[in-house]
Design a protein around this ligand. Sequence first.
Ligand code: SF4
Length: 391
Amino acid sequence: MKKRYLAGCQNVQSRETQGGPSLPKRTRINERGLDKLAKLGTVREAALFETLARDAVRCKLCERLCALAPGELGNCKTRVNASGRLYTLVYGNLSVIESRPIEIKPFFHYWPGSTALTFSTWSCNLDCPWCQNSSLSKTPPDTLNSRYYSPEEIVGMAVGYGDEGLCASFQEPTLFTEWAADVFSLARRRGLYSCFVSNGYMTLDALRFLADHGLDAIKFDVKGNSQTYKQYCGGVRGDEVVWRNAKEAKRLGLHVEIVNLVVTEVNDDEKSLRQFVQRHIKEVGVETPLHFTRYYPACKFKKPPTKVVTLELAYQTAKSEGVLFPYIGNVSGHSYENTYCPQCQILLVRRDGWRLKDYKLTEDQRCPSCHAQISIRGKHVRKPGRLPLWV
Ligand code: SF4
């Protein structure tokens, strides 16, 4: 894939070369440091926090709900208490910007064939040891050397490239909610869609704030059951809040897809897979697409890749329990990447990884054979020969 704009993010390149960030290994910033930060375009007062006694604050962006003394950074290292107010350090501080097919996220039922200008900031609020994007998610922002991207600049870039939408992805986008909200509001006025690829560990307030500011679609990466969160990911409120948020996102009218990274010897046994499927049906219903994706050894986790037969079992379990649109991911060319009509079973969409190979649905997203309405939002976009991605 051709990276269109990575060179513009100078801090990505320099920091990868240097092998690490220059800012917070420490968890406190002194008054002089705070004065310096306050002058930067990437530092803004946070949208969601409450003040506590003795100039402490509580961040209400994600369910870690960090309580911070003055000068203290949150668990994610993207928020700091400066003199009794909470500030984000990542407003428009981007690590990567590139145009990507929406299928790669994966969104299989949302604007099929379209591209989204995709971007990220730094760090994460969870600690999953198998993170597949750890160069970004395990790196805190280098605030003093950051370059500020305005919402106008990003939306203008998407329009200029001919993208249909925007997507916040790669690391946990909840961490730059304030900036994403400003970008998405502008994007909606310019006729672009906006989506999030998220671990879903935000507060309800954060989710509603994003929806109010133009978020259209969200992919929730549900790690497994509460034990998976407690043992590996550091999210003590576990899967409960993620499923709660997925359900609320549906209620708010957002397009929702669910992903479960099936990790070897963590959440890959038959019982866990069946329980996951049943929870999916209970919280978001049989029509919501469910992707079981293949894990590869990464970051600190070295178990072998997920067996393909395990992913096939997950798919078949989902089918037998009644999920209408199960998929497997990271197994390029597998027939379980395709969409089949749940009514007459004919092949509707053929995929090879993120490549859309064949699209047989009618313009109003119906099966051409039995006319069943298929839950796909947005239009099918054809971009023949425009991008090297599509050959
Ligand atoms: S976003 Fe989450 S991890 Fe970061 S400071 Fe706020 S509550 Fe803590």
